[in-house]
Design a protein around this ligand. Structure first.
Ligand code: ZN
Length: 319
């Protein structure tokens, strides 16, 4: 019995098939997304994407221009968070609902707190006295401001924490995550220096701002700008009439150059403050969410530069 050698057509066909299989294997390895990461809000989603690169698929619950303070999860959100390989939150009481959601959805892994290790900013009673929102209380009873991402120095810590967490969850990608984090950290340092230089060039008496809710405490501390707001650290609280009247008096007494709308807040309150105080509306600040992809703040770096441009234009011009 003899085995007939395969015809040249067949040999050619087999070789082509083998090549195709190899390409498919290589292709699937190169494009595999090793981690499914779920994050709470758009700014954090961007930071995880910057570190994760192509290895990580990021799912974000509270999207562009949406308010995470007022987020109402749907049952499908619990299932989606429960199925994540890794859950990353801001912490500091901003997105505690995410931790509850992950657990109720069956998530058993570690919940990574991106803000871990930052120098937190407490709120004095005066800053949030009328705030009925669900901000975090520290052990000493002092409320903590969760908006830590508004200080670029803090975000450098976020990036280091995210890189550590991704490397732990996906050790094969550790080198890539560290390289991405290092590259991005360079961009953060440049941004931080740019913001600092901009405000140092402005006279101190012009570095005063009114915005909807107290989202810029960390920004103010880092860059020497005084922020006043009618609403406390949690955006879904109603300001009192006395609180608004007091703010308007303060605004006039201190010659605050401009008031600002926020992308996540109802503009009517700021409009009322503007009409009663005579201050100018300086534009829209991005506080707790990115803009949509075609807006001026589709990622963290662009968001901070958009806010910087808006503040610089409003505060440096004549009043
Ligand atoms: Zn907020």
């Amino acid at each position: 019995m003899t085995i007939k050698p395969p015809s040249s057509e067949l040999r050619h066909g087999l070789r082509a098939l083998a090549t195709a299989c190899a390409a498919l294997l290589i292709g699937s390895t190169a494009h595999a997304q090793n981690l499914d990461v779920t994050t709470s809000f758009s700014i954090l989603g961007d930071l995880v994407t910057q570190v994760g690169g192509e290895r990580v698929k990021v799912h974000t619950l509270v999207g562009a221009d949406e308010d995470a303070h007022a987020f109402q999860p749907r049952p499908s959100d619990a299932r989606s968070v429960g199925g994540a390989t890794l859950v990353v939150v801001n912490g500091l009481g901003f997105d505690d609902w995410m931790v509850r959601l992950a657990r109720s959805g069956g998530y058993k892994g570690e919940v990574v707190v991106a803000s871990a290790g930052i120098d937190t900013l407490g709120m004095t009673k005066d800053d949030h006295g009328h705030d009925h929102g669900h901000h975090h209380e520290e052990a000493n009873g002092k409320a903590v401001d969760p908006h830590a991402w508004q200080d670029v120095g803090n975000v450098r810590r976020y990036i280091a924490n995210i890189a550590d967490a991704l490397a732990k969850a996906d050790p094969a990608g550790a080198t890539a995550y560290r390289a991405n984090a290092e590259r991005y950290d360079g961009e953060l340092q440049a941004l931080d220096a740019e913001i600092r230089a901009t405000f140092e060039a402005l006279p101190a008496e012009r570095r005063k701002v009114v915005s909807s809710h107290a989202a810029f405490g960390y920004f103010g501390r880092a860059y020497g700008v005084r922020f006043l707001s009618p609403v406390g650290v949690s955006n879904n609280a109603e300001p009192t009439a006395q609180g608004v009247a007091r703010l308007i008096r303060q605004l006039k007494a201190e010659n605050v150059p401009a008031v600002f709308i926020e992308n996540v807040a109802d503009p009517r309150l700021i409009e009322r403050i503007r009409s009663e105080s005579g201050a100018r509306v300086g534009g829209t600040l991005y506080s707790d969410a990115l803009s949509k992809a075609d807006g001026p703040a589709p990622n963290y770096l662009q968001m901070m530069r958009a806010n910087l441009d808006t503040l610089r234009n409003a505060l440096s011009g004549g009043s």
